[in-house]
Design a binder for this molecule. Structure first.
Ligand code: ADP
Ligand code: MG
Length: 257
């Protein structure tokens, strides 16, 4: 059976999408199969992985009676990586679902989880920059939470505390099987004192809960985003690509513990 990972942080710009796409590609390079799901209706992952407008998306999966997930899961330019795209329209589902008795928390769990874990070794859920319904649905459907944090931001830990409180709420009320796996430090520049202090603080406060692999701040990441490619494809020799390869190894090893 595959495992499902929600990539969550209520802050935008911390690297949820960047980490999801590059981790997916680096995992697939190790021979496992990966499904990436875009749960953010800003559709950054979709515009990167799926330049042409897809026929069926997350919207059709979650709207009304839903559709067979096979109809909205597509192959990508990367071997062994499949993708479930989103559309801006999916935001309109939120008030409708929240008006239901069950608030729609379990819809993704009910409509995607068993399909995903039967077909893919890893399913990565790229969440929006808030802790609203789509992040809750992701955590209801997931085995693990991965939480990206950006180095050097004074506000990063405030967002982190909120995110961790929400994960606890989900564990208690919605999905007792959910496990907080690791924080991942992204955009770290160890040459800067502020980043060094920030990293040291995070490692102390969240001991044992931080991936050893940290992703450096690296212009190749921005360049690859402009090319609509992963950094592993656009700049395989960059520092970031090398760290994403290490991150995939660390994640696979962690699951075997
Ligand atoms: P989120 O999904 O959390 O909103 P993104 O993954 O979209 O964040 O990242 C926000 C911006 O920061 C993007 O423009 C992305 O290219 C850039 N970025 C993310 N990680 C890095 C990195 N390690 N080095 C350089 N730029 C990065
Ligand atoms: Mg994003």
């Amino acid at each position: 059976m595959g495992k499902v990972f929600a990539v969550v942080n209520n802050k935008g710009g911390v690297g949820k999408t960047t980490i999801t796409l590059n981790l997916a590609h680096s995992l697939a390079n190790k021979g496992v199969s990966v499904l990436v799901v875009d749960l953010d209706n800003q559709c950054n992952a979709t515009s990167n992985f799926f330049p042409t407008a897809p026929d069926a998306t997350l919207y059709e999966l979650l709207d009304g009676e839903g559709i067979d997930p096979n109809k909205c899961v597509y192959p990508t330019q990367y071997d062994r990586v499949h993708f479930l795209p989103n559309t801006e329209d999916s935001g309109s589902l939120e008030p409708e679902l929240l008006a239901r008795d069950d608030k729609g928390y379990q819809l993704l769990n009910q409509r995607l989880r068993s399909y995903a874990i039967n077909r893919f070794d890893f399913t990565l859920l790229d969440c929006p920059p808030n802790l609203g319904l789509f992040s809750l649905q992701a955590m209801a459907a997931a085995d693990f939470v991965i939480c990206p944090v950006t180095g050097g931001s004074r506000y990063a830990t405030a967002g982190l505390d909120k995110t961790i409180r929400t994960i606890k709420y989900v564990q208690e009320e919605v999905n007792p099987n959910l496990r907080f796996l690791r924080l991942i430090l992204n955009q770290v520049d160890r040459r800067e004192g502020v980043d060094r202090a920030f990293v040291a603080g995070i490692l102390e406060d969240y001991e044992g809960l931080v991936f050893e692999t940290m992703i450096p701040r690296c212009t190749a990441v921005k360049q690859s985003e402009a090319l609509k490619q992963t950094v592993l494809r656009a700049a395989p020799k960059s520092a970031a690509a090398s760290k994403f390869r290490k991150l995939a190894t660390e994640l696979i090893d962690l699951l075997q513990e």
